[in-house]
Design a binder for this molecule. Sequence first.
Ligand code: GLV
Ligand code: MN
Ligand code: MN
Length: 419
Amino acid sequence: MDGGRLWETLHSLAEIGATPAGGVARVALTDEDQAGRNQFVSWALELCCTVHIDQMGNVFARREGTDPLRAPVVVGSHLDSQPTGGKYDGAYGVMVGLEVLRVLHDHDVSTAAPIEVVSWTNEEGARFPPAMIGSGVYAGAFSLDEGLAAPGVDGTTLGAELARIGYDGPEPCGQPDGAGRRPIGHYIEPHIEQGPILEAAGATLGTVTGVQGIRWYDVTIEGQSAHAGSTPMEIRSDAMVSAALLVCEVDVIARRRAPEARATVGTLETGTGSRNTVAGSVELTIDLRHPDAAELASMHDELLAFAAGERFADGPGGGAAGLPPRPAVSQIWYSPPIVFDPVVVDAVRAGAAAAGFEPVDITSGAGHDACYVSQAAPTGMLFIPCADGLSHNEAESILPEHATAGTQATLNAVLALAG
Ligand code: GLV
Ligand code: MN
Ligand code: MN
């Protein structure tokens, strides 16, 4: 493979939605996402691939194999980013797939199974929660109607925005039992680690054996807006105080289960938005994660018990007890812990070894499209390190030699699986 070409392609893609701080804002189904998709499609067409778009806007670039009976070996990830995202989260996996296609094309290599490179719609879930909807509908975890109806945080819907950017494709996705969806023989998702484990181990490559479980919640707190100067403390129903108690408890729920557990309040908004008004309402989001389903369930139970407990008063204006108003906590998404397919995990491990590296086994802390795809086809992932483990940050950074190593390992694994 050509490491220089991969690096150049990654950075050329990163110009689409580039931010002044050196990151990328290519949020799902925005004009920038459309431009990123168009760029990927035009690169694939240069390689004489056929391009297929399904009803969820998942894009597949296909290079035929010699055996018409074989389902394709699929490589890919996502091109959408966080609002303040980095250049490599998702983009790396799709560009590795493109480099694999380029190598096969340049060297006129025939494979028995076809090779496809996929870019899944709305992996990040930042604009249309939950995350991984495109691959989720593909795998049957959500219906097509649920996927298209997903409400955006900006008042849009996923389906309307998909049509607006022209990526509401014709191929079936989300039929019961996966009927009619594009077949996948094996799926490999190369990705940056987004955490500090490989870097600390001094490893160039990680063989991903599975992904931890994730639960997402929407929280609404209804208090009473009131004058900041004239309203005595004991008669307030201050939603911000409830939010503060909850944010601290969420943090403690994870710290009680160190080092594996994670818990995050990523967004918080007041309905009033004024410094001299007691917050009458607050909406916030919670993200809980653990590799073990039972531990994640007990984190869930603790969260609900805290919200139902004695620190909060029922009803608005709950000042009688001198307590802030009770939060309403609603789980909106559960992605269970995933164990990847041993055949694909072994192919990734052997591909890394054949490229001259000793890969480290690792469980992914981040969610990935590979989670849902694993419900539909044998699946595995490959990680490369990122500097300081930093991701979902404009400063996200990787080394060219790691990018190259991950691509060579993926190419080896793809050739082994495709024949
Ligand atoms: C996807 O980026 C996640 O939230 O893990
Ligand atoms: Mn990602
Ligand atoms: Mn991400």
